[in-house]
Design a protein. Sequence first.
Lengths: 421, 251, 502
Amino acid sequence: MVASSPKVISDRALHDAELISNSGAWAKNARQLASARAQEQGLPQRRDEYWKYTRPDVFVQKNVALIPQACPEIGIFADQMKTEIVFENAKLATHHLPEIDNCKIESLSNASTLDLHWVQDIYGKLELAGQKPVERSLAALNTAMATEGLLVHATGQVSSPIRIHSVSIGITDAVIHHVVKVEAGASVTLIETGQYGARSNVVIEVDVADTGSFHHIRVQDGKESHMLTHIFASIGADAKFKSFTLTTDGKMTRNECILDLVGDNSSVTVAGACLGDSNFHHDDTVFITHDAVNCESRQVFKKVLRNGAVGVFQGKILVKAGAQKTDGYQISQSLLLDEDSQFLAKPELEIYADDVACSHGSTSGAIDEEALFYLRSRGVPEPKAVDLLTLSFIAQAIGEIEDPDLAQAILSYLTDILEAR
Amino acid sequence: MLEIKNLCVQLEEEDKQILKGVNLSLEAGKVHAIMGPNGSGKSTLSYVLSGKGGYEVTEGSAHLEGNDILEMEPEERAAAGLFLAFQYPVEIPGVGNMTFLRTAVNSQRKLRGEPEMSAGEFLKVVRAKAKDLKIDADMLKRPVNVGFSGGEKKRNEILQMAMLEPKMCILDETDSGLDVDAMKLVAQGVNALRDGKRTFLVITHYQRLLDHIKPDVVHIMAAGRIIKSGGPELALEVENNGYADLLEETA
Amino acid sequence: MVMDDVQVKDGVDAQTVDAVKALSGAYKYGWNTEIEMEYAPKGLSEDIVRLISSKNEEPEWMLDWRLAAYRRWLEMKEPDWAMVDYPKIDFQDQYYYARPKSMEEKPKSLDDVDPKLLETYKKLGIPLKEQALLAGVEAPEGERRVAVDAVFDSVSVGTTFQAELMNAGVIFCSISEAIREHPELVRKYLGTVVPVSDNYYATLNCAVFSDGSFVYIPPGVRCPMELSTYFRINAENTGQFERTLIIADKESYVSYLEGCTAPQRDIAQLHAAVVELVLLDDAEIKYSTVQNWYPGDENGKGGIYNFVTKRADCRGDRSKVMWTQVETGSAVTWKYPSCVLRGDDSQGEFYSIAIANNMQQADTGTKMVHLGKNTKSRIVSKGISAGKAQNTYRGLVSMHPKAKNSRNYTQCDSLLIGDKCGAHTVPYIEVKNNSSRVEHEATTSKVDDDQLFYCRSRGMGEEDAVALVVNGFCKEVLQALPMEFAMEAQALVAISLEGSVG
């Protein structure tokens, strides 16, 4: 990649300089390296194969018109949440971070001024590992200039999920970087709701140690929002990683998930569902690397689109030589509710080991007329029948959520949204 | 109850006439059966009456209690009291059987301007009716028709019929793919719904279903027309002699 | 394994040795024809382009077309997106024109063709002369006749059954002959399916193509026999740039077969072909290929670099094209036979078997571009990787906004034999209307141990068992081939996998 817009980078680098100089040694070092990395890579360009179906412009332009927005009310998960941390306009609004059993939570802004810290082995390191074979300069940029984030260190079973709820009012550009370390035998669930900014660049680095377990649920429903997220995770042996994202609104969303299976006998799942209407562009880009024996990976993505909404899926399973007994599954499907919507997909397999069972499927089409008629013949009016079939279509992705209560909460939330539109 | 006059239907996509002037008059409380060889237009008749897309009515009419149903949307026909038990019930993954049933019951009530059934009341009713049809709690929880055996699917259709309490029931080849025991169970379910007011149109290829659901009138359909009508003895005649004789007779 | 070195014990007859050789799976077509050749000077320049044009006695417009392509090509960059890795090609270290001396004076009929050339084709199983003699006489009962255009390095040696085909109105000749004899047809269609600037190798082909086949099937004609072209690269260090143009006019039908082989040489050779198919209303073309260029040895030495652009333009409503390919040869394959479904209700099909063994690299697939309403496409791709080979399926299915009610079904399966090879799948799916339905399925797995064990417990050797299982894996594609080709392909599948187990 050639840095053909160095100006944008250097403008931002000015901003970095301050951040970097205010950081402690480990953070300073990580940020400087990331800054250099981003400079060298340059910003993504429209002609980059990796951005074939999504224009990166809105994420890289300095002066993108951000539309002021009201803070969305998210009642979802209200019943289940005991641990909640709130961000307002990309700043931490919860001043006393909760103290919970088996887990220590700190803020990036606070920890980065400290020196020795467990986080230095992860911050920027997993992101760096995820830069090959495809460069993700916007993630490097995030490492260099993230202003806030949470550092979550789970040392045992964390009984209730940790929810990050963010609200943004007005015009904000948010650069948020979370780091999660799940120790051996530990497990934790992280939930993200709301939106950090009108335009957000979010990176989450997750290190799951052997026998650890990490669950992630995310609800993206910011109106008019521009959201770029990266998850970089390294998964040890006998470990588990599951991430599910529901997107019901947003002008432009790109969720990247880069997972490295480095220990044997582990399983990972990345799932997502989106409901897109009119000015809505949604891109799921997943890269799963199998570098260990007897691991399973699943990718399940469902997109329901109408009124010119665009859904993109780029998913890759890379099985390295020696990663025998790999079970890789990938499905991407779109339900196009009218003639204007589009689905663009590139589901890839790259396999260098023979004792594997990998498959991918991708379909696109209109609603099943047969099922629609069946529902209507039972007296269900057409719009309601379409909603039911939409839920039916999405169900498989929601089924990937481990906790049945959280899955139910997502389902109810989705049902309400369908009823309201 | 249901008055069909000179119903002519062709496929929308191609210029192919399927129904060529069907006349039927079904009185309230009666059970009519339509028998006929494959391709005679029996299933098409059931689809056209319930409003499936892909067909074009070129001539004729169909009235349910005096209301022109051909002008109605499928859900309006359902709310008006028409029910079709499908030959091949559709699978809907991810939507629970209970959710589906409740949505259907309340949608119809809403369309008719009646109050919705409360969750508690609904549960009570559905459990009782399911029990009669030997549908267990697990089947009610599972997604609609997904992973159901042939018999389970047909029993599920009858459960829907019992819950929706239609006035006019059309059973399209309900016996297909069923063994004798499953067929008896389904027939019992249907017979339980015979209350002297509800009307049934039973479409079948074989006579055997009619041993269990006794018809008042039997019609023979061939090449898109009703070619003969009579009492239950007509079904036995078909059973013994096949359709060939009848077809010749009327040719 | 090269069987020429086999030590023959006393008492073993020559027939047995031959039979063993035939079964052993060594590349069967690796021999060389000793024949006096005439070369154009090495390297590529405008002068070479002019020379090729003058050797073919081409009109001015053709030369201009070539020169424009050449100038364009100079500005283009070699594509690097395919998953193939090979040393940089020195385009100045190649011969772009090589023809047997005996072809200097164009043979008036097949009788005048150099017996050495006829012998070459006979040895390859393509007996030009005998089949030509059949022209005009009744073919034996049940035997299908196939007309052949035989291309040897840069020139067409001869075309059989021309007269009989002419009676039916079918034109079947070399492209160089067509440019001279049927300029109106060539000018109308050449470069309209694959534009001059389409891609690096296609543009190069436009500049330097020397020969190839031309077919025109007039309206309403069902071609009375199968047509085929047999390509043979013989000369060393010589690139073969063939060009094929097939036009199926309204309501016509033709089945076309293509075969290719080359001698075993240590230095890699370049082959960059362009095939254009034009289909008007209700026309149908079946295009079958068995590509068996020399694949290089087990260490990756030598072999053909095969960069091919094949495309069918279903211009007419209800037209139908079917590509079937069995790709077993070449060191590097870069090939995507595609269909542009422009006419309403047109159909495109792609059936492919790609086998890569030893150090072979194949990056092949198809593009189905749906432009017209109610268009249908079907892709069945079976990739087999063995040895240290890399095999990639790359494809595009595109539903344009106006391609209402269209359908695509794609099935692409990969089979891995051994843990040193790779199998990759890179499909692009672009759906821009909702009345169309696209379904894509892909699987990757290894040869099923249970199936192998079952075969072996019934007495089959390991390699036979693998060949049997692989043939089963490919069955759907093998069935799409014309009968004679299917038999050959089936045998080829087994031969290509030689040495892949154990």
